[in-house]
Design a protein around this ligand. Structure first.
Ligand SMILES: [Zn+2]
Length: 169
């Protein structure tokens, strides 16, 4: 008789937009903690607050109901979306800016932490990081990016300049 052991696919580490990562609280349970990046799988709470992160990565729904923080974030907010989700709207980006006053980065990830597309410091779309990503529903811009990378970018409906302005006015 064979014993079959099912091993869940291992979670990946969160990829911080501009390494090295500062103390970062990740509120989605899809990643494993590594270095300064800590995963708080139950979302925001005493443990995450006690860590006093410089950056927070979470889904839009998590940010939308995050309580006012007792300390300022100093580095970034990273909004995590799943394949099929709409990209952030300008209104959502403005709301995040008003809440945190730090640059906003958006990432598309699988629920095992695999990074599929990520916004760079040019804030001009999300570079496709996973060649098999199905871009259905998004516009794809093959032009080189202001950051120097050539990986094609997913673009939301609004103009890139508006996003850059809302990410770091
Ligand atoms: Zn870029």
């Amino acid at each position: 008789m064979k014993l079959i052991v099912r091993v869940a696919s291992p979670k990946r580490a969160f990829v911080y937009p501009i390494p090295p990562a500062p103390p970062t609280a990740v509120l989605a349970p899809w990643f494993r903690s590594q270095g300064a990046v800590r995963v708080f799988a139950r979302g925001w709470g005493h443990e995450a607050a006690a860590y006093r992160p410089a950056a927070v990565a979470a889904t839009w729904d998590q940010f939308d109901c995050l309580p006012a923080l007792a300390f300022p974030l100093t580095h970034a907010v990273i909004v995590l979306a799943c394949p099929g989700d709409a990209l952030l709207t300008l209104q959502q980006r403005r709301r995040l800016w008003n809440m945190f006053r730090v640059p906003i980065f958006e990432q598309i990830v699988r629920k095992n932490g695999t990074l599929l597309a990520a916004e760079c410091e040019a804030h001009c779309g999300l570079h496709i990081e996973w060649p098999d990503l199905d871009p259905a529903g998004w516009a794809v811009d093959p032009a080189p990016c202001g950051c120097g990378r050539k990986a094609p970018r997913l673009k939301p409906a609004l103009e890139a300049e508006e996003i850059a302005a809302a990410a770091a006015p």
